[in-house]
Ligand binder design. Structure first.
Ligand code: SUD
Ligand code: ADP
Length: 284
C-alpha cells in the first residue's frame, strides 16, 4: 500500500472584528456586514494518504461528535465524491480551539481538510471551486479557504480581501454554548444597522450586533466582557461565546492574560491578514 505522511497543516481561528446585521431575508437568513481576520493560533491536522479509499479520524476531541458528523470527515468524503478519487486518508486532529465559540474551529478544520487533500490527492480544484464545495459544509468555510482577511457582505458569502492592522488579541472562551440559529431567530436581535461602504466602515464605530442579546442571556459572556473592557477595547466574535480584547503588543496582551481570573480560559494570539494555512500550502 502506498502511504505518505504530511504533517502540520494549521486550521487557524478567525475573529469577526465587527458583525453588523442589516436585515432579514424572506428565507430567514440575515444580511450582514462583517470583517474576518485570522489568528496565528488554532488546531493542527496531520494527514497520511492511503490507497484504500478509507477516511479515518484520530483526535484528542473530548466530545460525543460521531466521526461521520465531524466536519473533517464530511469534508474529506465530499472531496472524494466530487473528484471520484480512489485514495483515502488517515487524519490526526490536535484540537486547541474552543468549540461552538464563534472562532470558527469546525469550519477551519473542514477548510484545511479540503485544501490539504486537494493538494495531497492531486485533485487540482482551484480556490473558488474549493470554496463553493466548502459552503455546503458551513457558511464560514469559504473564508478559511480564501485565506485572506476579508470584508464580507450578503449572508457572509461575498468576500473582498482587505489589509487591516494586525493587532494582538486576548481571547476568552466563556463556558457557554451559544446556538447560532437560536440567536438569529431571537425576536430581540437588532437587525437594522445601516449598510455602510467599506470606507465609511473604516471610520465607524465597530460593534457586534449579537453581543447585547448574548450577554443578556449568558452571564458568563457578560462577565468576561466586563472584565476585558477594563483593560482593552473588547467585543464578542461571531454569535459568541468568545470575546476578545485588542492590544498593540504581544507583551500587553500577555500581561493581561497573566491577570486573568483563574475561572476564565483564554489565549493570546496575533491577528494575521494571510491565513497560516496559505503559508503551509505554499510549502506543500
Ligand atoms: C454569523 C457567523 C459569523 O461568522 O457566526 P459564527 O458561527 O461565526 O458564530 C457565521 O457566518 C455563521 O456561520 P455558521 O455557524 O456556519 O452558520 P450556518 O450553519 O450557515 O447557519 C446557522 C444558522 O444561523 C442563521 N444564519 C446564519 C447566517 C446568516 N447570515 N443568517 C442567518 O440567519 C440561520 O438560521 C442558520 O440556520
Ligand atoms: N472538527 C470539528 N471541530 C469543531 N466542531 C465541529 C467539528 N466537527 C463538527 N463540529 C460541530 O460544529 C459545531 C460548530 O463548531 P465551531 O466551528 O467550533 O463553532 P463556531 O463557528 O461557533 O466557532 C460544534 O458545536 C460541533 O458540534
Amino acid at each position: 500500500m502506498t502511504q505518505s505522511l504530511s504533517l502540520g497543516w494549521p486550521a487557524p481561528a478567525k475573529l469577526n472584528l465587527f458583525l453588523h446585521i442589516n436585515g432579514r431575508r424572506a428565507d430567514g437568513y440575515h444580511e450582514l456586514q462583517t470583517l474576518f481576520q485570522f489568528l496565528d493560533y488554532g488546531d493542527l491536522l496531520d494527514f497520511k494518504i492511503t490507497n484504500d479509499g478509507k477516511i479515518t479520524l484520530h483526535s484528542n476531541l473530548n466530545t460525543n461528535i460521531a466521526d461521520d458528523d465531524n466536519l473533517i470527515v464530511k469534508a474529506a468524503k465530499l472531496l472524494q465524491q466530487q473528484s471520484a478519487s480512489k485514495l483515502g486518508a488517515e487524519i490526526w486532529l490536535d484540537k486547541k480551539l474552543p468549540m461552538g465559540g464563534g472562532v470558527g474551529g469546525g469550519s477551519s478544520d473542514a477548510a484545511t481538510t479540503l485544501v490539504a487533500l486537494n493538494a495531497l490527492w492531486q485533485i487540482g480544484l482551484d480556490q473558488p471551486q474549493l470554496a463553493a464545495l466548502g459552503l455546503n459544509l458551513g457558511a464560514d468555510v469559504p473564508i478559511f479557504i480564501h485565506g485572506h482577511a476579508a470584508f464580507a457582505e450578503g449572508v457572509g458569502e461575498k468576500l473582498v480581501a482587505v489589509d487591516i492592522p494586525e493587532h494582538w488579541y486576548l481571547v476568552i472562551a466563556p463556558e457557554a454554548h451559544v446556538s447560532t440559529a437560536a440567536i438569529f431567530q431571537h425576536p430581540d436581535l437588532p437587525r437594522d444597522t445601516a449598510k455602510l461602504s467599506w470606507n465609511e466602515l473604516l471610520s465607524a464605530n465597530w460593534k457586534n450586533d449579537c453581543q447585547t442579546l448574548v450577554s443578556n442571556n449568558f452571564p458568563q459572556v457578560a462577565k468576561a466582557l466586563a472584565w476585558l473592557l477594563e483593560y482593552a477595547p473588547s467585543r464578542m466574535t461571531g454569535t459568541g461565546a468568545c470575546v476578545f480584547g485588542e492590544f498593540e503588543t504581544q507583551q500587553q496582551a500577555l500581561e493581561c492574560l497573566a491577570k486573568m481570573p483563574k475561572t476564565f480560559r483564554g489565549f493570546v494570539a496575533k491577528g494575521t491578514n494571510i491565513s497560516p494555512l496559505q503559508h503551509r500550502l505554499s510549502r506543500c
